[in-house]
Design a protein around this ligand. Structure first.
Ligand code: ADP
Length: 213
């Protein structure tokens, strides 16, 4: 992040004299508080300065890159996830294509009764099937989907950064967000409660850039 000369001077003043009030900083620079307001906003928003009511500004000691990294580890998948689009295993390839268009998603989650994760189907899975010459009006998704336990998923308390790393490492576009529960017999079931995709990351990226998050 590139600071202006004035922002750098403010940072130096606070480093030297903080905690210091906005009034005092304005005095040092022979400017009004109103003039300094945008600079103070940028310096606090980026995390380089911290403001405490009735105390003033002090230097956080954090570098801008570190601040962004902390943010990405702080934001949880559960805060940015989207609504999942789910279909049953007996859904045909044809109906899955229609669902993708209607719901405007690139990945469908296949669930059994209770909303428990069974499989996942991507655009390319469907395209590949259309090349096979099979009757897509009859072929159920259960035949072509990627199945548990081979599905990479995220949990709501996981950081956005961890989930993004899974997308990159496994070269997939989306992860189901699940709540894992042990059944009475000890077997795990995964209730689908959301969808985490590259779009969620892009949206967060834009919001971070606007200082909204
Ligand atoms: P696309 O097919 O549009 O490139 P992906 O890269 O997401 O979409 O999918 C590639 C393959 O990985 C597909 O065969 C799909 O079934 C599978 N897949 C997609 N998402 C996951 C996931 N979260 N876990 C495991 N496999 C997945």
């Amino acid at each position: 992040m590139q600071l202006t000369d004035r922002q750098q001077i403010i940072l130096d003043i606070v480093k030297r004299e903080g905690p210091i009030t906005g009034e005092q900083i304005a005095d040092r620079l022979n400017l009004t508080r109103a003039t300094l307001r945008p600079d103070m906003a940028i310096l606090t928003m980026s995390g380089m300065l911290e403001a405490r009511p009735r105390v003033g500004y002090f230097h956080s000691g954090k570098k801008p890159g570190r601040v962004l990294a902390e943010k990405l580890h702080q934001v949880k998948v559960g805060e940015v996830k989207s609504v999942p689009v789910v279909v049953p295993e007996k859904c045909t390839v044809y109906d899955a294509v229609v669902t993708m268009f209607i719901e405007d998603v690139g990945t469908l989650f296949v669930v059994r009764e209770g909303g428990f994760l069974e499989g996942i189907v991507s655009r390319k899975d469907l395209l590949k099937t259309t090349l096979g010459g099979q009757d897509i009006h009859k072929l159920p998704l259960g035949v072509i989907m990627t199945r548990m336990p081979n599905i990479i998923y995220a949990e709501p308390d996981e950081s956005v950064w961890e989930a993004a790393r899974k997308l990159i490492n496994h070269e997939v576009d989306a992860l189901p967000v699940v709540k894992a529960n042990a059944q009475e017999d000890g077997a795990m079931v995964f209730e689908v409660i959301g969808r985490f995709s590259k779009t969620n990351i892009t949206r967060l990226f834009v919001e971070l850039g606007e200082g909204d998050y």
